[in-house]
Design a protein around this ligand. Structure first.
Ligand code: DX5
Ligand code: ZN
Length: 226
């Protein structure tokens, strides 16, 4: 089994000191940085875009996983690649040509991710299981940080892991939304390999390092060395 990776979502960070917050997350052992891009159409919120990816690229050695919550993401794949993204995750609901978009991402030399909203059945990705580098299971409805984990996500993650195993694949399953010390162990037990966490890492209650450690110590098989 792959070791679980933790991906802090900068949506919850303090944007006035974003570089420092990303540094702190890297120093505390984060595995990748999750960047949430929202267009006010696919989701009812607007967040950040290409300039933030470009400014973060020289700040960290960690992979930048860009989660595109935008309509027709194929229009922007190239600019995000040029800005320094390592992985581009598009929503299966946001394009009529998900297969073509995946090929485009790969031809740019990036990891291709496909995300599913909570209401989207797994059969939506049946035909592309072999083409995708990572699946992102939304465990809240996309658009906002700080929401509660939707409990039925756990069964969906387990069913996806099962489908992948049956197909002979070890594709990453990224889980995004409502991940904290109470929910992280059940997503990992169900087969997630990457946990995205925003408000449980960037908050006023504790430091980024202490919050990351709280998440790691809640993992099944946690040992102090890691
Ligand atoms: C929600 C975003 C998430 C968000 C998660 O639409 O895709 O990445 O930052 O935030 P938390 O961890 O606070 O639920
Ligand atoms: Zn996200």
């Amino acid at each position: 089994m792959k070791p679980i990776q933790i991906a802090p979502s900068i949506l919850a960070a303090d944007f006035s000191i974003l570089g420092d917050q990303v540094h702190a997350a890297e120093a505390a052992g984060a595995d990748q940085i999750h960047v949430d891009v929202m267009d006010g159409h696919f989701v009812p919120n607007i967040s950040i875009g290409v300039p933030i990816v470009r400014s973060l690229r020289p700040v960290t050695r960690l992979p930048l996983d860009v989660h595109l919550m935008i309509e027709q993401p194929e229009r922007y794949l190239e600019v995000f690649a040029t800005a320094g993204a390592d992985a581009l995750t598009i929503h299966v609901e946001a394009t009529r040509h998900v297969h073509r978009a995946i090929q485009q991402i790969k031809s740019l030399g990036l990891r291709a991710g496909v995300a599913l909203n909570p209401g989207t059945p797994l059969k939506a990705v049946d035909e592309i299981l072999h083409d995708v580098d990572l699946f992102l299971v939304m465990s809240v409805n996309p658009g906002f940080g700080g929401q509660s984990y939707i409990p039925s996500s756990t069964g969906k993650i387990a069913r996806l892991r099962n489908l992948l195993t049956q197909a002979g694949l070890e594709t990453d399953i990224v889980v995004d939304g409502g991940i904290d010390a109470n929910t992280i162990s059940e997503i990992v037990s169900a087969g997630a390999t990457v946990a995205v966490a925003g408000s449980s890492i960037f908050n006023d209650r504790d430091s980024i390092a202490a919050n990351l450690m709280r998440l790691r110590s809640a993992l099944p098989n946690f040992t102090k060395e890691k």
